[in-house]
Design a protein around this ligand. Structure first.
Ligand code: GLN
Length: 543
């Protein structure tokens, strides 16, 4: 029988609930259990797919095409939970389901209300999220306790625990202890108030996880236990990590969270978990042998969350190459204003991630050109591949007007264009080429060497495609098509054989990289960057 863990957040947003939830999932897996992971988001958009990355950070994509919250990325990176459409419900999605049923007449004349109809739909969502028959289903409630819009979700989990039995549900509240530097103190009051809000709703947390930048004193734990009605041993400190988010599961274990989890799932207290591989990973992060600088040229570069999975994938690739990866974050727009040389000189590698719309796109094309002409390792992802095709068509084939029809509808040389099916679509939400598609990796290519296999499956999220009308000409001029979707006859990957490392893909490899299983393309990019940074300088006059 599945057990349920609910993770709520108090005091402020951005506390790292997703990361903590992922870490809890990982600890449970190391106990030999299977987990499912889910996020409930109180906002009204049906999914984050139509939101600006500035609002929401990256949109994470699952194999089944779900466009979801970026916390699902943490879940996949920390656990083996299978992420799908059922892993992320929003208020908008819950309401649209209920309203659809109301229009169909399913409620047989009754008044449709938040309680019980909306809360029932939320509980159904929680059950669907756990449907894979996992031993433990973890559900994170987005937002902060006290927000008006989270109320139906909190009410739903209260009802849920009543129906499933309290012994089968564990409530974990993640809260912040702000540090007042003037008085040199950590404060517990906001956490007390946040727990009292939860208790008003009828939920008493079983475990209080306290985010803090300084160590907690024993008195502080006593106080939180007393005021929040949480057992003394269940007040857990989660201090800011020293050097890597991968410390979080280990730190939580040191604080004894595993004892509570073992008791909850009914496993013996002395159940052993093996962390050898994880400790080795942390050692590698702590003492790298190399250091490289990778430029990330993006449209939403001011916000790290917009490229979360990219930074994570580069970090994983760094670990695999015993290298510390430093990021040079470059706003794509600045490339056209300041020039590629000024912004990119000295980097060991360049990553151009995905994006939408005209702003900054020419900067991405310049990044491709600069990397191509200067032998700098380059990985292009989605828009970063489309930029490559345009750069190559313009600057190698001499097709000056080569561009994408994304913002030049009447382009004379539409090297990136819509497929016929996409032309008919008018709605923006959930209508891109989404989710996992198979791809054949062509023999004799760098791509084949990197993956070590002929067939791969990677996740997509885009509308536009490499235009096959230009395929033969681009190929003959040296832009090799290395990955093909044979069913749809689409080019999914291109590369330049004579370049130290120049690979660009239409799909999103960043969604499949894991700390212990780095993605081969990111691994290849960082490997080439290490090679470049450690190569003897060939320029006359250099030391
Ligand atoms: N804007 C491009 C498209 O829709 C690329 C999308 C992306 O980079 N995710 O095809």
């Amino acid at each position: 029988m599945t057990k349920y863990i609910f993770i709520t957040g108090g005091v402020v947003s951005s506390l790292g609930k997703g990361l903590t939830s992922g870490a809890l999932g990982m600890i449970l897996e190391r106990m030999g259990l299977t987990v499912s992971m889910q996020k409930l988001d109180p906002y009204i958009n049906v999914d984050p797919g139509t939101m600006s990355p500035y609002q929401h950070g990256e949109v994470y994509v699952a194999d089944d095409g779900a466009e979801a919250d970026l916390d699902l990325g943490h879940y996949e990176r920390f656990t083996h939970a299978k992420i799908s459409q059922d892993s992320n419900y929003t208020t908008g999605r819950i309401y649209s389901e209920v309203i659809r049923k109301e229009r169909r007449g399913d409620y047989l004349g009754r008044t449709v209300q938040v309680i019980p109809h909306i809360t029932d739909a939320i509980k159904n969502g929680i059950r669907k999220g756990a449907a894979a028959g996992a031993d433990v289903a973890l559900t994170e409630i987005g937002g902060t306790v006290g927000d008006i819009e989270s109320l139906p979700f909190l009410e739903a989990i209260r009802q849920f625990s009543l129906q499933e039995g309290h012994k089968n549900c564990l409530f974990i509240h993640l809260t912040l202890l702000p540090y007042l530097s003037a008085s040199g103190e950590l404060k517990t009051k906001p956490s007390q108030q946040s727990v009292s809000k939860l208790r008003e709703i009828g939920i008493t947390p079983d475990i209080l996880v306290c985010r803090t930048e300084k160590p907690m004193t024993s008195e502080m734990k006593d106080k939180l236990s007393l005021f929040c009605n949480v057992e003394r041993g269940s007040v857990i400190e989660e201090r800011d990590v020293d050097f890597s988010i991968y410390e979080v599961p280990i730190n939580l274990m040191h604080e004894g969270i595993d004892k509570h989890l073992l008791e909850f799932v009914g496993l013996p207290e002395d159940t052993q978990t093996d962390w050898t591989d994880w400790m080795e990973l942390l050692d590698t992060v702590r003492s790298p042998k190399h250091e490289v600088e990778i430029a990330v040229v993006g449209k939403y570069i001011q916000l790290d969350d917009a490229y979360k999975s990219h930074y994570e994938s580069l970090a994983h690739a760094g670990i695999a190459n015993h290298a510390k990866v430093n990021f040079r974050k470059i706003a794509a727009e600045d490339m056209t204003k300041q020039g590629a040389e000024k912004l990119l000189a000295g980097v060991d590698g360049i990553l151009v991630p995905g994006g939408f719309g005209e702003r900054g796109f020419e900067g991405k094309v310049l990044a491709s050109q600069y990397a191509r002409e200067n032998g700098i390792p380059y990985l292009g992802v989605c828009y970063g591949m489309q930029a490559v095709v345009i750069d190559f068509a313009r600057n190698v084939l001499g097709l000056e007007d080569a561009t994408t029809t994304e913002f030049h509808e009447d382009a004379a040389e539409p090297v990136i264009d819509l497929m016929e099916e996409q032309k008919r679509i008018k709605d923006m939400g959930g209508t891109m080429r989404l989710g996992a598609f198979p791809c054949d990796v062509l023999p004799g290519t760098r791509l084949r060497e990197l993956y070590g296999t002929d067939h791969i499956s990677e996740r997509h999220r885009h509308r536009f495609e490499y235009n096959n009308a230009y395929r033969a000409r681009l190929q003959d001029a040296g832009l090799v098509s290395s990955g093909i979707n044979t069913d749809l006859d689409l080019v999914e990957a291109v590369e330049i054989s004579s370049h130290p490392f120049f690979v660009a893909v239409q799909y999103h490899p960043e969604f499949k990289s894991r700390p212990l299983e780095p993605h081969p393309l990111f691994k290849g990019l960082v490997e080439a960057a290490v090679k470049r940074s450690t190569a003897p300088c060939e320029t006359a006059g250099c030391e």
